[in-house]
Design a protein around this ligand. Structure first.
Ligand code: TQI
Ligand code: CA
Ligand code: ZN
Ligand code: ZN
Length: 324
């Protein structure tokens, strides 16, 4: 047993040493060698084999010619179609340049947008197959943001609940109703606030939201409650949790009745009903919190008590969850 084990260990170590020395002495034989001859090229050129670089940058999260997640809306489909034409060709276009910039920024290289020697050398190094997390690209180069928005747009920062629970794809029409155990605002007020909030999600997703007929219980049930209200998630009085919602397909969305609610807050100690509704509906539909601080699904407010509009990241999140 013991001699066998040490033999095995020896073979393993030998293998390890072999692999490592290979990596250090010369660039990988097949790996990303194809990138070498692309050195020196930049936007506007057509270079044989450039489509392989596109595939490389797509694989590692820098480039998206729009092959996923834009089925529902004609506005995005238009750009998708023209972009798709360039996904497999050898043209060094704007999108590719933006992706090269993002790559360079992420690897702390000089951000030139062209395939300089340093960039090609970095790309040819052996690497893990998991796409890079290029979240920081936006923060490191804010000035590039307006000039090259596309590449940052595709960075996914949204999340789903564990196991990705969602409403059945066939159930695109969801009803909602109101049921409160505490009286905080009038039903008409709550109705119009929630109607506006649902509209935002309806505009960018396959869903249609309609109020359930009088007396009926909707797929989504909205209400005000305080303290323990028997759903396993008691509220905590003034402060702390403002509201909560359950993952699909529970449909519960509760406001904490002990908060200082307002339909039109003018200071940070008033909480905006509509902003919270847009956020909680995101949870009801299956979105978790986003890492994008501009997203409605980001887990905290920064300074503005009103945040009612969906951000690109929210829209991409809901579309990603409900496309196929
Ligand atoms: N309430 C939390 C929220 O809905 C409850 C919660 C914490 C939660 N972690 C969760 C719900 C994970 C689902 C999944 O986020 S909260 C905001 C914001 C809250 C916070 O009271 O903290 C809003 C409710 F984003 F502004 F901070 C609504 Cl909009
Ligand atoms: Ca609270
Ligand atoms: Zn509750
Ligand atoms: Zn939340």
């Amino acid at each position: 047993m013991a001699p066998n084990l040490s033999l095995l260990l020896g073979v393993f170590l030998l293998l390890l040493v072999t692999v490592q020395s290979k990596n250090h002495t010369k660039p990988p034989e097949k790996g990303f060698k194809f990138l070498q001859h692309l050195e020196g090229h930049h936007k506007g050129e057509t270079v044989k084999g450039l489509h392989e670089l596109k595939r490389y940058l797509e694989k590692f999260g820098y480039l998206n010619y729009g092959t996923t997640g834009t089925h529902h809306h004609s506005k995005t489909t238009t750009t998708t179609m023209s972009n798709l034409n360039h996904a497999n060709d050898d043209e060094f276009d704007d999108l590719l340049e933006a992706a090269v910039r993002a790559y360079q920024s992420n690897y702390h290289l000089k951000v030139t947008g062209s395939l300089d020697s340093e960039t090609i050398q970095e790309m040819m190094l052996p690497r893990c197959g998991v796409p890079d997390n290029i979240v920081n690209a936006t923060n490191s180069f804010p000035s590039r943001k307006m000039k090259h928005p596309k590449v940052f747009d595709m960075v996914a920062q949204y999340t789903f609940f564990p196991g990705m629970p969602r409403w059945p794809l066939s159930k695109t029409r969801l009803t909602y109703s109101f049921q409160s155990s505490a009286q905080v605002v009038g039903l008409q007020t709550l109705r119009s606030v929630c109607s506006r909030a649902f509209q935002k999600w309806q505009n960018v997703s396959p869903f249609t939201f309609v109020e359930a007929p009088q007396g009926a219980t909707g797929d989504i049930v909205i209400g005000f409650h305080r303290g323990n209200h028997n759903d396993g998630a008691p509220f905590d009085g003034s402060g702390g949790t403002l509201a909560h919602a359950f993952a699909p397909t529970k449909g519960w969305f509760h406001y904490d009745a002990d908060e200082n609610w307002s339909t039109n807050p003018t200071s940070m100690n008033q909480i905006d009903l509509e902003s919270v509704a847009v956020h909680e509906i995101g949870h009801v539909l299956g979105l978790g919190h986003s890492r994008d601080r501009n997203a409605i699904m980001f887990a905290s407010y920064s300074h503005n008590p009103i945040r009612r509009d969906l951000n690109t990241d929210d829209i991409q999140g809901i579309r990603a969850l409900y496309s196929s």
